[in-house]
Design a protein around this ligand. Sequence first.
Ligand SMILES: Nc1ncnc2c1ncn2[C@@H]1O[C@H](COP(=O)(O)OP(=O)(O)OP(=O)(O)O)[C@@H](O)[C@H]1O
Length: 338
Amino acid sequence: MTSGVIEIEGLRKTFHSLRRGRRVAVDGFDLLVEAGQVHGFLGPNGSGKTTTLRALLGLVRADDGRMRVLGASAPEQLPQVAGRVGAIVESPQFYGNFTAYRTLRLLALAGGVPVGRVDEVLAQVGLADRSHERVKGYSLGMKQRLAVASALLKRPELLILDEPANGLDPAGIREMRDLVRGLAADGVTVLVSSHILAEIQLICDHVTIISRGRRVAAGPVTEVLAGFDRHECLVRADDLTRAEELLTAAGMAVTGHVDHLVVGEVADPATVSRTLGEQGVWVRELTPMRPDLESVFLELTGTPASPAVPRQVDGSTPHHDPAVGRQIDLDDFRGVTS
Ligand SMILES: Nc1ncnc2c1ncn2[C@@H]1O[C@H](COP(=O)(O)OP(=O)(O)OP(=O)(O)O)[C@@H](O)[C@H]1O
């Protein structure tokens, strides 16, 4: 196995419950995150992202598989590296009556971090101006940034964020994006799980896509996308019916739509305009269609990636485990299993 900041090989986890029966959450999953990457962990609702992260952090016991974090075998040796890892798994809970400053100060004292670090992380996440307000008055985005601030107290080399953009409005999503980019620029390796593909495409350089507990794609975002490039072109012309006939007669794979054509495997778009122009059909638009993560995700997982339409890949209703909805205290790493 190549050495990485996070290495997961053959992870398996099945949940058993009387009410819901047996549910395979993660089914032989592999993940490799290397130093310096901003790595997107993508998958539809219920595909196994949170279970994977919980297993990695020792919050749920894996049935099988090998996992390493910063070279330490997980979860057994996690305490050795816990000070170098920041992790937020789903929405963290804070005391509403405390200010952000007080919250972080307490966490710093509890974690043996110099209190001077509190102002630094508050500035880093853009909360310095509001740090003396009570957390209960914070927006969700501000609470998310406070969570990231708490995870940054120990200057982690690795930051794991589970769905950091969940529930945020566009401005909050942009703030979170800028924050993650800034951390990456400072050399922090970041693993971000999400089903908001446009976000992942904007901030991540590498991606692993999970579907039904299995890895279905992994690699640099550009390479994963290139693997799905069918060199299609969108064509609009003054006589669409005639254009379709001419391009088909020229041996091109053409799909007709109401107001445009899609022509497949076009090595050089000039062949399209030449074929049509020579017959007096004038091209109004000729646009190469590049795959985006959204289309690749849809093709790989068979699931539309709309945050507005949560859909479990296994057809069940989304699972909400109260134990998941909290920030992981790094001390929790010690011997926690389930
Ligand atoms: N504690 C649990 N008990 C029983 N089933 C569970 C438990 N946790 C997760 N599951 C099931 O395991 C599967 C994977 O869930 P998981 O939460 O890991 O997916 P996810 O990709 O993080 O989804 P989401 O994007 O909705 O958070 C789902 O079918 C889920 O219902």
